[in-house]
Design a protein around this ligand. Sequence first.
Ligand code: C2E
Ligand code: CA
Ligand code: CA
Ligand code: CA
Length: 279
Amino acid sequence: AKEEGRGTYRFYTPSLTRVANERLALEARLHRALADGELQLHYQPQFATHDKRLIGCEALVRWMSPEEGMVPPARFIPLAEETGLIVPLGSWVLRTACVQAKHWLDGAWPEVRIAVNLSGRQLLDPNLAERVAGILAETGLPPERLKLELTESMIMDHVEQTADLLRGLKSLGLRLSIDDFGTGYSSLAYLKRFPIDELKIDRSFVQDIPDDQDDMTIAATIIAMARNLRLKVIAEGVETQEQLDFLRRQGCHACQGYLLGRPMPAEEFARMVLGATNE
Ligand code: C2E
Ligand code: CA
Ligand code: CA
Ligand code: CA
């Protein structure tokens, strides 16, 4: 506190350099991680709300760093986006998820459906639809088994490009879901313009049910709107039975969250969720 005015400048200069250096180091390690196979996918189950039937899963990337242990995606996805590494990383995620889903389709889980997250930077790739088509063809996963999750802000940032791009993706026969629904700067008009199949209610509207009346109203309103627009609606971050009961009463089609199953490695998913004796 003492001499704050004078000390501030001297303090920030080395600190910003340090932050920049740490980012560079992280970026270099992330490059290596992708090349060296340190990335993994975990799979979180999704269930029909009314009868708890397994209806799909979401693939979530994990970085198993030899130095740091598990690095959460929140720490490296934004960096990968800024540096452009998200494009090869995103392709790796999509390919790996499709290979896994095809494996389950042919064995332990003939009804498999898999959701994969896209990042904004991937949407700027004019060849995204071809890239996705290529990966589907290569892995043999039928397109209707794949769902891509995008956020509202990704769409609203590039409305013009996205309209064409989403139509291109849809024409492959896959499904599109709006992730973190309700949190973005949003114009509901895009729901009409874009070929969207599903809304995913953001965890922030689910976590305080039943204590927060406003969140309950928002969740109920999203569910009602989705149903009226003949869209599917899924809630994420369901952690309690009260939340599940509320969502069921409102007619939410599907649920995902720690109450029903955490993200887990493929072998564990096969054992715990599919009840398979081998992967
Ligand atoms: P998201 O797509 O909204 O994913 C849901 C996040 O909520 C996941 O965090 C999941 O582990 C966590 N979660 C699931 N159920 C619950 C619950 O009941 N309670 C709580 N508190 N959390 C729950 P995760 O895996 O850390 O991923 C964070 C974000 O990183 C994702 O948010 C997504 O935006 C991004 N991400 C993850 N994998 C990928 C990927 O392969 N590609 C891209 N572009 N982004 C990814
Ligand atoms: Ca997601
Ligand atoms: Ca989400
Ligand atoms: Ca989120």
